[in-house]
Design a protein around this ligand. Structure first.
Ligand code: HEC
Ligand code: HEC
Ligand code: HEC
Ligand code: HEC
Length: 359
């Protein structure tokens, strides 16, 4: 009897221990986990991957087959059509091919009618989507010609961000100020602790992208340049903002901090992987995309597309990268659509020669 009951209690306590362990482990990922050395041996610079999570990522990043190439000679689009402001120097055949590609990339269900109202002449600019698309073509050309320090010769197309959607899956808006029904009862969240996807669901300041990827960007620094507060405005809050951005960058690219930093000293550029330099250019590029192209389109978008404070959906690292260290794992779609890799203007055919030029 004694023996039986102690066995009973032992199995209860084993079951309880197993339950406690499994509860504790639910936050962990099931092995095996792969790690890939990414820096000098002994520096702990490894990237940790869960092979099971990589499978859906790989499926997400398959590139659609290119549309067969067409002749680049023959009449120019600007001569054949009435209202071609950007793609004027492209041949009519290439122009049509590009319209078909754009439809597949941005509006696979509606096709042409997403930007051209049925029954209207194709030259009409009555649909806001066409006006936005024209600016997006210029933006894509600018990324591919002015920002080769980031996108290299791989470049981007509409598909890099849109992936068959009207609106890219990963965008950001400025956050609305905290709503307090009973003033003071809930306290001020001080702009953090909202588990925002913009900051990798951390408790860090959730509106960090506004500080860094829009106009009037803040310095991305943890420490001030001087020891005493003589003009040194660095604060713990600013450091937290910096970490928010870093969480977003890691999350957006699906990498650890050591993909860009030697953790011996986060601020030092010596000994940091070259990817950190690419990322530095990426931050500046994302700013220019937002301030130079997307934010000025705000009045063109219908109210329903705007965020809680009336701003337009903006680009961050995840808009192109979508969890991959290189968007679409480095496959170049631009190669098949070189019209998006040069600066287009209607009047001067000579600007086509500027294709691929470095800044
Ligand atoms: C995502 C938006 C979008 C979609 C989808 C789209 N277009 Fe366009 N289309 C444009 C833009 C923008 C221009 C103007 C380009 C410029 O100014 O250089 C244009 C211009 C044209 C023109 C020139 C009209 C003129 O006389 O000025 C034709 C023709 C045309 N598109 C045909 C098509 C066809 C056919 C389809 C479907 C296969 C299509 N488009 C799908 C955005 C789109
Ligand atoms: C760097 C990323 C990026 C690239 C590249 C890009 N877009 Fe966009 N696009 C955006 C963002 C961000 C928005 C705003 C999304 C929102 O309102 O949610 C947008 C919105 C649009 C819209 C409006 C859709 C709607 O329903 O409101 C159209 C049309 C569009 N893009 C066409 C294009 C075309 C055509 C190209 C290629 C020539 C292109 N985009 C390339 C990021 C991009
Ligand atoms: C994709 C590359 C990349 C990743 C991933 C990344 N960083 Fe950074 N980090 C940078 C770049 C680039 C800068 C410099 C930004 C600038 O000056 O514009 C920087 C700056 C910093 C700074 C400021 C250093 C100073 O000068 O005061 C800190 C701290 C930092 N990162 C920490 C982290 C942490 C922690 C992580 C992981 C959560 C991380 N970083 C992930 C690229 C990266
Ligand atoms: C407009 C699309 C776009 C945006 C936005 C973007 N990137 Fe990239 N990024 C690319 C492309 C394309 C490449 C691939 C270039 C190549 O093939 O070398 C790349 C490459 C990189 C690499 C190099 C990876 C490697 O292993 O060599 C880093 C690091 C990087 N991006 C960081 C960032 C960060 C951080 C941000 C946000 C601040 C960002 N990117 C925003 C398009 C983008």
């Amino acid at each position: 009897m004694m023996k039986a009951s102690s066995g009973f209690f032992r199995s209860i306590s084993i079951a309880a221990a197993a339950l406690a362990a499994s509860t504790l482990l639910t936050g962990c990922e099931r092995p095996p986990i792969d790690s890939v050395q990414h820096g000098f041996r002994g520096t702990g610079m490894v990237q940790v991957y869960n092979p099971r999570l990589l499978i859906p990522e790989t499926h997400k990043n398959v590139v659609p087959d290119p549309i067969p190439a067409v002749p680049s000679d023959g009449p120019r689009a600007r001569d054949a059509y009435k209202n071609v402001q950007v793609l004027g120097d492209v041949s009519v055949a290439e122009f049509t091919r590009l319209m078909v590609a754009i439809s597949q990339w941005v509006a696979p269900n509606e096709q042409c009618t997403y930007c051209h109202a049925p029954g209207e002449d194709f030259s009409s600019d009555s649909m806001y989507t066409k006006v936005v698309a024209r600016r997006m073509i210029q933006m894509t050309q600018a990324i591919n010609t002015r920002w080769t320090a980031h996108v290299a010769q791989t470049g981007v197309t509409c598909y890099t961000c849109h992936r068959g959607n009207h609106n890219p899956a990963e965008v950001w808006f400025k956050s609305a100020p905290q709503v307090q029904a009973t003033r003071g009862l809930l306290g001020n969240d001080a702009g953090q602790n909202r588990a925002s996807p913009n900051v990798g669901l951390s408790s860090l300041p959730y509106d960090a992208l506004r500080e860094y990827l829009s106009s009037n960007p803040q310095e991305i620094r943890n420490n001030g340049a001087t020891a005493l507060p003589t003009g040194n405005r660095s604060s713990i809050k600013q450091a937290e903002f910096t970490y928010s951005l870093m969480m977003h960058m890691s999350d957006g690219l699906g990498v650890n901090c050591t993909y860009c930093h030697n953790t011996q000293n986060f601020a030092k550029w010596d000994g940091a992987p070259p990817q950190r330099v690419t990322a530095w250019h990426g931050i500046r590029m994302a700013r220019e995309i937002n301030t130079g192209y997307i934010e000025p389109l705000t009045p063109v978008f219908p109210a329903g597309r705007l965020g809680p404070t009336g701003d337009v959906a903006k680009v961050n690292c995840a808009t192109c990268h979508q969890g991959a260290y290189k968007p679409l794992y480095g496959v170049s779609m631009l190669r098949d659509y070189p019209q998006l890799g040069r600066v287009g203007t209607a009047p001067a055919a000579t600007t086509a020669a500027a294709g691929g030029a470095r800044r």
